[in-house]
Design a binder for this molecule. Structure first.
Ligand code: G3P
Length: 219
């Protein structure tokens, strides 16, 4: 089964999505924190963990391995549900290798734009490989092909790193990620709403109710 994460730092959106009963986790990043007006990463992350007892990702801000490792030590101590998001750079890779050796070394390798990056983060011990599909499509590349190729590579070698389709922009990305065998999809709240909505369903409900009124009204 593919898991559904929500890609937001907004506690209101997370609470609403969780109430639907199909939410498995949450991903945040500094941009999403800024949009949610959440300046305190720890406080906001812990609020999210109270709502969703699944994987909740919080991102480091350091750009060198030592700084990332130090931040990760703190972030991972907040809750057993928290995963630390590390960017897929050379420094990030070094940090991942170190963090993955800890008993609580839960890593979401972020900003992945190629299957070779995904292969390396799996080798370094990341739990999730976050592939930024929409940003590649924005640049005229085929983001979904990276998801497909990463799926194949992880299956070829039996990596237990999970393929996470991120930067999802629309329902087409959701469908293609599911068909490509992504383990996790992280979707903005607006896309989650689009996943459930069909005007035909609403028209169908209205028609059933109207027809029932016709027959019930006769009794
Ligand atoms: O959480 C990371 C990713 O999903 C960001 O997406 O829309 O900023 O490209 P976006």
């Amino acid at each position: 089964m593919a898991q559904i994460f929500i890609d937001t730092a907004s506690v209101e959106e997370i609470r609403e999505a969780a109430s639907w009963g199909v939410l498995d986790g949450v991903t945040t990043n500094p941009t999403l924190m800024m949009r949610a007006g959440a300046a305190d990463l720890k406080a906001n992350t812990l609020k999210i963990v109270e709502i969703v007892q699944g994987p909740v990702s919080a991102e480091v801000l350091s750009t060198n391995a030592a700084g990332m490792v130090e931040e990760a030590r703190d972030i991972l101590s907040w809750s057993e549900h928290v995963y630390v998001k590390i960017p897929t750079t050379v420094e990030g890779l070094k940090a991942m290798k170190e963090i993955a050796s800890w008993p609580n070394g839960r890593i979401n390798a972020t900003l992945i734009f190629s299957p070779t990056q995904a292969y390396l983060v799996a080798r370094a011990g990341a739990s999730f490989a976050s592939i930024f599909v929409g940003r590649m499509d924005d640049a005229g590349l085929d983001g979904m092909e990276v998801v497909r190729q990463t799926r194949e590579i992880f299956d070829n070698y039996g990596f237990d790193c999970q393929v996470l389709a991120a930067s999802i922009r629309h329902n087409g990305h959701v469908l293609d990620s599911l068909l490509a065998g992504a383990d996790i999809l992280t979707v903005p709240f607006t896309v989650l709403q689009k996943m459930i909505y069909s005007p035909f369903t609403d028209v169908g409900v209205e028609r059933f109710l109207a027809d029932w009124e016709k027959v019930a009204g006769k009794e």
